[in-house]
Each structure stands twice: as structure tokens, then as C-alpha cells.
Write a protein that binds this ligand. Structure first.
Ligand code: F6P
Length: 537
């Protein structure tokens, strides 16, 4: 992973070859490529319950071979093996990135890790089953009907995604992530303390948002129950920091371990997924893990030209490094996946939003594109206008389900018709329409690169495979760009400055170090109707 003798990506022979291919490729509209025989069969791959169709990408055989050559030259298959067998791939924090061990049957080299995982996984799943089955109830004996999951970033987004997609338990699950009193009030409104379980998830157990909300929840709970011993039945926590969990008052039986070799944004497979496990039960949670394992095996074993996470990574590189695409949209044509884009956004942008290589040298090529998107078809009535007629270049993933498992077949038919027609427009534009009837303001250029992922049924196994697909794509991008996808130092400076401004907001004498910020702080101090007390926390 850290081989300093290897070339930077742009110095490889494949990168140079692709640069030459891109010059020709940009002169050809994609509609001229896609007419080839068996295009769909050539450029689509099935893994488990996912069908990934990349036939609308701006590639032909020689470009595809050039991209495969880049992955080979980057020794991607060796690097995948290194990552999955526990080599130190997170070099700045000197850690492996072993989230795959949480779901893939044991690797011989990882016996100790596997034993730890199994022990903790069994404990967590037993706890979840006890909550679901009514053996672990609130302090007055009533069953748990509501969960408030408190966590942010990787300790939140995956859990919310999976719970929104799969929760059929009847237990209402609320997510509290933001440091915004309005969100805290909203999350607690109408809850009955006797039937509410608070799940606090924080790898560090020091994160401002999570700890502030956890303390607010505990205060809310104690004001209503007036019984400190009741906390044991209503607060459960997952962290790498046992001392802080204990200090907060979490009973040892309700503490679950997260290892330092699991990055936050890759952690939902661990006890971080306890909320998911309560929502879907232990057998389904195991299917979720095996869905991830199906993709792990494919990622480790499939040759590069058939390896779908590697191909998606190569297409990202082709679109953004060679064809100048500035952003990538993730468009979910299934409401149950409406927060999928937020999950992928953290996964991709926090992992690969880097400007230095793993060896510390500066990147001369762009790394992660900006990831955004939303729930469809709403986006079609909001931002698709820019996609169709704007001046920006982008690529997009369309995600839809074959069998929606509801009783509105005509809705589904329309949903799929919209999904497929949008990628059709993004490919062909108005080119196939009668020329003389298309006025200049109606012209749509097309020629945008899209991938469509069809999920057979959105069950636990399929969701596991889908999430693992994106995880591996992200890791593979890091391997080719030669960056460390597993740290996130860029977020630290903002956290430190927020602490300084927090102090300035509460004390009239303190000044912020810069004029513009001082102006904002002064405005708040002058105009707020409820001044902050110095030392408020
Ligand atoms: O600030 C970014 C970050 O560290 C993410 O990487 C992480 O997922 C999130 O904050 C939450 O961190 P924790 O789980 O330690 O509360």
C-alpha cells in the first residue's frame, strides 16, 4: 500500500495511454458508441442480487482495456489482498482497515480478530433479540417501542440507511445526529421514557454532537423518571472508549466494543449496527453480513475486467480524471433508499477527499468528485433541468429495485419508466428526436456517463451487497490514486476552531482572531434575546 518506489498514477504507462484515448473520446458523442452489438451484455455484471449495467458509460473496448491496464499496473488485486488480510493500510493512524473481517468468514491470518468479532457479535445480537422479544424491557417492565439512535457521521448514516430500508419491526426508530437543539427537541417529543431505548454510538465517545445529545437525553430521562438506576435499562452504547462509556453511566452489559481497525464510515457491520439488529433481528442481520461477504469474495477473487467494484472505480477515474466530470450524482429510484446518497457522500468524500498521496507527496490529479443526489422522481422536478441543459459535466448512478414488494404495480412501472428514460435522455439527449421540431431552447445535449444498478429485492442481503460494493469502489479508488482512504484529518481544524468560537460567543471580552468572524460573533452577542452564559455546555 505504501510502496514508495511505485509511480504516481499520472506517471504510469496506462495513465498516459488513457490521456491519449481521452482526446479522441471527447470528440465522439456516446450515442455513436452504444449501438454496438451486445453492448448491454458486454458491459453489465451480476453479483448476488445486484445487476450493474455500465453500458451507458462513455467507453469502448479500447478505453475499457486501457482502464483495466491501469488497475493492473496499480497492482489492485495485491492491494485488495493486503487490505483484507490486515496490513497497515491506514498509514497515518498506523492501522489496518479490517471492516471486511466483520462479515467475511475467517481468514487464517486473522484468527484472533475473528474470535473477538464473533464474541462481540453474539453479545450484540443476543441483546438485540432480547429487546425485540420483550425479554429486555424498560425499567417498569414495559416493552421498548421507541429507539433514539444518537450518533453522527459513520456512527449514524449507515444505521439510518439500513433501518429506513429494512425496519418492519413496529419499533419506531429516531435518529439524532445534529448539534441543534431543535433536532434534539424534535427527537424527544412525545416519547415515553418507560418504553424508549437510547442507543449512543461513538467510536471515540468524545464527539461533540453525540455527547451533547447523549447528555441531553439522559437529563430528559432523569427529569421524568427521577431514578438513576433506570438508566441501565434505557441506555446502551457502542464505542472504542470503554472508560468514557462507564463514566457516562452505561452498564457494562450494555457496552459494546468497536475496534480501532474499523473506520467510522465502514462500521455499520459491527456493534454500531445494533439499532439495525433490533430493527431486523439476528437472522436478518446475519444475512446483511453475508450480503457484504458476497461482494467481498467477488472483490477479492474476480479478475479485474469482471470485478464490479474495481470497474466502478475505474469509471470514476475515467469520468473525472480524463473526461473532466466535476460531480457524481447518486439517484435512488426506491424511496427506501432515500438516504443512500448521504451514506455514499460520507463514504466517498471523507475517504477520498485528499490532496496528498499516502507517501505524503502532493497529488497532481483530482481525487474524489463531489457526491450528491437524492430520492427520485422528486429530483426530476428539481435539479434534473441542470443535468439535462446546464453547463456542468457530471456522471450518475441510477439505483432501482426489480421487485418492490408492494401492491402498487402501476406506481412501480412508472418509477422504472422514469428511471430508464432519464438515463436514456442523459445518453442521447434530443439527438434522436426530429430535428426540425426541436427548437434551440429544447435541445438536450446528452453524452453523460451513467450506471444503472438493479437490485432484485431490497432485502438485508441485497443491501449488504450494495453497501459493500460502494465501500470497495472507494477503497479501490484510493489504491489507484495512491491516497489513504481510511483517515480524515481535514475535519479536525474545524472542530478546534468551533471550540474557540464557542468560548467567544459566551464571553463579551474575548475576540475572535479574524475580523469577519468577529463581526458575526458580535452580531450574535448584540442581537440574541437569550445570551449564552460563559461556561455553558
Ligand atoms: O468528524 C468526522 C468523524 O470523525 C467521522 O469520521 C466519524 O464517522 C464521525 O466523526 C463520528 O465519530 P465518532 O464515532 O467517534 O463519534
Amino acid at each position: 500500500m505504501t510502496d514508495k518506489t511505485a509511480s504516481r498514477p499520472e506517471e504510469t504507462a496506462s495513465w498516459k495511454k488513457l490521456t491519449a484515448l481521452a482526446e479522441i473520446a471527447t470528440q465522439t458523442h456516446n450515442r455513436e458508441r452504444v449501438g454496438e452489438t451486445d453492448r448491454f451484455e458486454k458491459y453489465s455484471i451480476r453479483v448476488g442480487s445486484l445487476l450493474v449495467d455500465f453500458s451507458k458509460q462513455r467507453i469502448d473496448r479500447s478505453i475499457f482495456e486501457g482502464l483495466v491496464g491501469l488497475a493492473e499496473e496499480s497492482r489492485v488485486l495485491d492491494l485488495i489482498s493486503a487490505q483484507m488480510t490486515g496490513e497497515i493500510v491506514n498509514v497515518t493512524e498506523h492501522r489496518p482497515a479490517l471492516h471486511t473481517a466483520l462479515r467475511t468468514p475467517a481468514d487464517a491470518k486473522l484468527t484472533q480478530v475473528t474470535q473477538d468479532i464473533e464474541r462481540e457479535q453474539d453479545r450484540m445480537l443476543q441483546y438485540a433479540e432480547a429487546v425485540r422479544g420483550g425479554e429486555r424491557n424498560g425499567f417498569t417492565g414495559r416493552r421498548i417501542t421507541h429507539i433514539v439512535h444518537i450518533g453522527v457521521g459513520g456512527s449514524h448514516l449507515g444505521c439510518e440507511l439500513a433501518c429506513r430500508a429494512l425496519n418492519r419491526s413496529g419499533i419506531e426508530i429516531r435518529f439524532l445526529a445534529n448539534i441543534d437543539g431543535a433536532a434534539t427537541t424534535h427527537a424527544l417529543t412525545g416519547l415515553d421514557p418507560e418504553t424508549t431505548l437510547f442507543v449512543i454510538v461513538s467510536k471515540t465517545f468524545t464527539t461533540l454532537e453525540t455527547l451533547t445529545n447523549a447528555h441531553a437525553a439522559r437529563t430528559w430521562f432523569l427529569e421524568r423518571t427521577c431514578d438513576k438506576t433506570a438508566i441501565a435499562s434505557h441506555f446502551v452504547a457502542v464505542s472504542n472508549n470503554a472508560a468514557e462509556m462507564t463514566k457516562f453511566g452505561i452498564a457494562s452489559v450494555s457496552q459494546f466494543k468497536l475496534w480501532d481497525w474499523v473506520g467510522g464510515r465502514f462500521s455499520l457491520w459491527s456493534s454500531v449496527g445494533i439499532t439495525i439488529a433490533i430493527a431486523i433481528g439476528a437472522p436478518e442481520f446475519r444475512k446483511f453480513l453475508s450480503g457484504g461477504a458476497i461482494m467481498d469474495e467477488h472483490f477479492r477473487e474476480a479478475p479485474i475486467a469482471e470485478n464490479i467494484p474495481v470497474i466502478l472505480a475505474l469509471l470514476t477515474i475515467w469520468n473525472s480524471n480524463f473526461l473532466g466530470s466535476q460531480s457524481h450524482a447518486v439517484l435512488s429510484y426506491d424511496s427506501r433508499l432515500r438516504t443512500f446518497v448521504e451514506f455514499v457522500q460520507q463514504l466517498e468524500m471523507e475517504s477520498n477527499g485528499k490532496a496528498v498521496h499516502a507517501d505524503g507527496s502532493t497529488c497532481n490529479v483530482h481525487t474524489s468528485p463531489i457526491i450528491w443526489g437524492g430520492e427520485e422522481t422528486q429530483g426530476q422536478h428539481a435539479f434534473h433541468q441542470l443535468l439535462h441543459q446546464g453547463t456542468r459535466t457530471f456522471s450518475a448512478d441510477f439505483i432501482a429495485t426489480v421487485d418492490p414488494e408492494h401492491n402498487h404495480p402501476d406506481h412501480h412501472r412508472w418509477l422504472l419508466a422514469n428511471c430508464f428514460s432519464q438515463s436514456q435522455v442523459m445518453l442521447y439527449g434530443t439527438a434522436n428526436q426530429a430535428r426540425d421540431s426541436t427548437k434551440v431552447h429544447e435541445v438536450v445535449s446528452g453524452d453523460h456517463a451513467t450506471t444503472t444498478i438493479l437490485v432484485d429485492k431490497l432485502n438485508a442481503e441485497a443491501l449488504g451487497s450494495l453497501i459493500a460494493l460502494y465501500e470497495h469502489k472507494v477503497a479501490c479508488l484510493g489504491m489507484i490514486w495512491r491516497i489513504n482512504s481510511f483517515d480524515q484529518w481535514g475535519v479536525e481544524l474545524g472542530k478546534r476552531l468551533a471550540r474557540e468560537i464557542y468560548r467567544a460567543l459566551g464571553s463579551p471580552d474575548s475576540e475572535s482572531s479574524d475580523g469577519p468572524t468577529e463581526g458575526l460573533v458580535r452580531t450574535i452577542r448584540d442581537r440574541t434575546t437569550s445570551p449564552f452564559n460563559d461556561g455553558d455546555d
